[in-house]
Design a protein. Sequence first.
Length: 296
Amino acid sequence: MILQQLNRIRSLLIVAILVNGTAGAQLYPAKPVRMLVPFPPGGGTDYIARLLGRDLSEIWGQTVLIENRPGASMMIASEIVAKAPPDGYTIIMSSSNHTINPSLYSKIPYDTVKDFAAVTQVATSPFVLVTHPSLPVKSVKELIALARARKGQLTYASSGTGSVVHLGMEMFKSMAGVPMTHIPYKGSCQSMVDVIGGRVQLAITNSLTATPLVRTGKLRALDVTGAKRSNSFADLPTIAEAGVPGFELTSWYGVFTPTKTPMPIVRIINRDITDIMNTPEMKEKLTADAAEPPPA
């Protein structure tokens, strides 16, 4: 008898949860939505977030507020989202470092897997190996030869210690057998300012940041880092083709919410982002900057 009563109560609770979740989803969003970006303005993650936020605001009739919260290898912004109310009003545009951090840091103020609900992948992007135009190299083979001759005098910039581009350059150094000195910054935009100014000589940066700088002659592109050549840099070989066999480095961008966000709301965000990313306009914008939307 007691078990029957408990089962009945349990069934009623499940029905109530489902009904409330559906009702909440029908009203979502009823107020502005915060989209956190774990990097400073101007980088690839910020660029995609702002494009997406603009279109989501139009679809939802509610403002999507882009909030840049850089620092601690994305962990500042990620912690805010992990501990936010799970109601769909605080989301994050994340990237590859989200899954890299657990292997780099012994203490993370959240659980990378359990504290987040994955909404959707937004785009993927290769990186581009770029140099200041004054550096006397026009290929990876020439860069390797110069780095060996100068024995650690060449400097490379990254968007931060432990970032994908930092690890990518360290992988390049190891696979090519060349010494270089790392200069970390707090974001890709800041790092590119010093490469453009010649204060640092080279960097691996995401294609979204590199494309306009290469096209205007502010930087020289040597190679792309993906497994295949990029349509936006058709004349550039991959680093693997150019002399470092097996080298490959790409990044992904994706949206997450706190883990207990009701599934009907997660589905709404997923549906609307997917629709936006598969519009001809968005595909054209991404392709022009050597990024790729997810499969339709």
